[in-house]
Design a protein around this ligand. Structure first.
Ligand SMILES: [Zn+2]
Length: 115
């Protein structure tokens, strides 16, 4: 289970962040899971909720998951567009169709609330 190990990584990171900031508890965690990351948000949440209680720092932490749209960059003119689809179609600026993916495939830690 890919998501379980990602959730484990995130929790490890949260514990070290809490330590750095001399916090006793993590209250809330905001992450963004890109739609092309291959990460299933529900499985990730399941993993997080299964593992978080094992540590007093992360016990009871609320996980908030954002799902940003994937973004594409036109290789001809550099225009960036966001699209729900796996290919954005034509570039709105130069009308060509060659893109590289430049977002939406990541897991990002956006924000945490600590106490
Ligand atoms: Zn273009």
């Amino acid at each position: 289970m890919h998501e379980l190990s990602l959730a484990h990584e995130l929790l490890k990171k949260l514990c070290s962040l809490a330590k750095q900031h001399h916090a006793d508890r993590i209250l809330e965690v905001n992450v963004a899971i890109g739609p092309l990351s291959g990460i299933v948000a529900d499985s990730f949440r399941f993993g997080f909720e299964a593992l978080a209680p094992a540590n007093s720092v992360t016990r009871g932490a609320v996980l908030v998951i954002d799902s940003p749209l994937p973004s594409y960059k036109c290789i001809h003119c550099g225009n960036i567009l966001e699209s729900q689809k796996t290919h954005p179609g034509c570039c709105l600026r130069c009308n060509r169709t060659n893109f590289i993916l430049c977002g939406g495939d990541e897991l990002l830690l956006l924000q945490i609330k600590i106490e």
